[in-house]
Design a protein around this ligand. Structure first.
Ligand code: XMP
Length: 509
């Protein structure tokens, strides 16, 4: 199988480069910029991409690559920071911060180059850089430039090194796919051999080989990752996979029943644990969001452990870990501060002494979805919105009672039902109702009401890190609001959240 190694210098677009390459059916792998040469060699790359990054090449501690990279005998493509780094390493000049270029810029192709075949002579690309190249390194030719005369692309065909000052991976770059595809197929000589159908067969065999005659335990959440991991593993070892589905009493209306039915239809062997009383009992009187998360996380571990102990002879724990969770990124020591203690929930006991099986650890989320569809998993699971581990606990603001949860569930179901009727609903990343611990005055018929307020939240996002609120048509909002006030006892006012992330977060707690 062909493989392209992407050396990550910290750009927000690194994963996007990897996904675009895989969409072109060539496997790609992200390594940190300072990965040892043996590691790069052992990946047997057909080509190497050096990514963009937030620093200047002249900054102290800025990412760099070994000169041995250029002796590997495979083509190298520097993107943005990557192009500047190559220029510096080969003796050209890069100037910091004199003229900045962000966003769309028009470039003109000056010279026929294998990278630009199939593109037009002049087109728009997406730039995002503060530094620029003043003088190319000896041996490099400028093959495209911006209107300001700044090199937009360079080539050194003898050494098989190319550079792009813009981002071919973002959709705003015209011919971005053509340029990447030229690099893969013409320059690196790859063939399109990354095929998820094949991958499923290979992984099924690998699971069989690894697990042998052992038993495997899996915690199912109803989400796409654990579901795909389970169906794939069941394909390999049948009912030696034992799944545990913990109902924490914080799921949406009829969700536990629906999810269980779907799992059974997929022939998964599932143990259903109704732990509603345990969770709601522990949450009684608690309003603080972080305390809620902690309590739910701890109870989950205990309930799961107790159930897993009943499964005799289990040696493996199956987890739906994905590639973005295992990439060692090029951002060193710059991790964002913890805003919410997210990954406490759904996290499993560390001292369970089970071997971990992670069949999806090489896949991106979109590839997991495609794999799920190929395995016959229904759309309700494959295209399911992300749902937080602590569930409705962080959408039922303030104290959690059965009554308030019930109110929230019914309002949330109405919003989902109405939203599903809108043709634009596929743009929605997450949508839900949050119940506020705020009572407001209303009037219904001839009587005064004093009930809680609900807020509608619908956002679009690519990864949950940033998000914008969805412009839902007024008619849908109107119908949702009227139905909630009429049909749900306990809510007499509906508001709409029009805040992006940042400054807000997606969830209200
Ligand atoms: P925020 O609210 O931080 O959420 O913008 C970003 C994404 O993470 C989900 N989320 C959670 N997921 N445990 C989870 O497993 C949590 O405690 C948690 N809190 C938020 C949220 O739904 C969104 O997709």
């Amino acid at each position: 199988m062909n493989n392209i190694v992407i050396l990550d210098c910290g750009s927000q677009f690194t994963q996007l480069i990897a996904r675009r390459i895989r969409e072109l059916k060539v496997h790609s792998e992200i390594l940190p910029w300072d990965a040892p040469m043996e590691r790069i060699r052992s990946a047997s790359p057909s080509g190497v991409v050096i990514s963009g990054g937030p620093m200047s090449v002249s900054d102290e501690g800025a990412p760099t690559v070994s000169s041995m990279l250029f002796e590997l005998g495979v083509p190298v493509l520097g993107v943005c920071y990557g192009m500047q780094l190559v220029t510096k390493l080969f003796g050209g000049d890069v100037t910091s911060g004199k003229s900045r270029e962000y966003g769309r810029t028009r470039i003109s192709v000056k010279e026929d180059s294998s990278l630009f075949s199939g593109t037009s002579g002049s087109f728009e690309v997406w730039m995002s850089h503060g530094d620029h190249i003043d003088r190319l390194a000896p041996g490099f030719r400028c093959v495209a430039e911006t209107a300001n005369g700044v090199p937009a692309a360079m080539a050194n065909p003898e050494k098989r090194i190319w550079g792009l000052q813009f981002h071919p991976e973002v959709v705003h770059t015209a011919f971005g796919t053509e340029i990447l595809s030229n690099f893969l197929f013409t320059v690196c000589g790859c063939s399109p051999d990354w095929d998820l159908g094949n991958w499923i067969d290979i992984m099924t065999e690998e699971i069989r080989r690894k697990v042998g005659t052992d038993r495997v335990i899996c915690g199912l959440s109803g989400g796409v990752d654990s579901s795909v991991a389970a169906v794939l593993t069941a394909r390999a070892i049948g009912d030696r996979l034992e799944c545990i589905f913990v109902d924490n009493g914080l799921l949406r209306l009829n969700e536990a029943e629906q999810v269980l039915d779907q799992y059974r239809a997929l022939n998964l062997k599932v143990r259903y644990v109704d732990a509603t009383d345990i969770f709601l009992g522990a949450l009684a009187g608690v309003s603080d969001p972080e305390r809620k998360r902690k309590i739910i996380g701890e109870r989950f571990v205990r309930v799961f452990e107790a159930e897993a102990e009943k499964i005799r002879g289990a040696k493996w724990l199956l987890q739906g870990t994905l590639y973005p969770d295992v990439i060692e990124s090029g951002h060193k020591g710059k991790n964002a501060s913890v805003i919410k203690s997210h990954h406490n929930v759904g996290g499993l006991p560390e001292d369970m002494k089970l071997l971990v099986l992670e069949p999806l650890r090489d896949l991106f989320k979109d590839e997991v979805r495609t794999t799920g569809r190929m395995l016959g998993i229904p759309e309700e699971i494959v295209a399911r919105q992300p749902f937080p581990g602590p569930g409705l606990a962080v959408r039922c603001l303030g104290e959690i009672t059965r009554e308030r949860l019930d109110t929230l569930r019914r309002a949330d179901a109405i919003f989902r039902e109405e939203l599903a009727k809108w043709e634009g609903h596929s743009t929605v990343w997450q949508s839900f109702v949050a119940l506020l611990p705020v009572r407001t005055v209303g009037v219904m018929g001839d009587s005064r009401t004093y009930s809680e307020a609900a807020v509608l939240r619908a956002v679009e996002s690519h990864d949950g890190m940033t998000a914008d609120w969805v412009r839902i048509p007024w008619e849908i909002l109107d119908r949702t609001s009227r139905r909630i006030c009429n049909e749900v006892h306990g809510i007499n006012r509906v508001a709409l959240d029009v805040t992006s992330k940042p400054p807000a977060t997606i969830e209200w707690e």
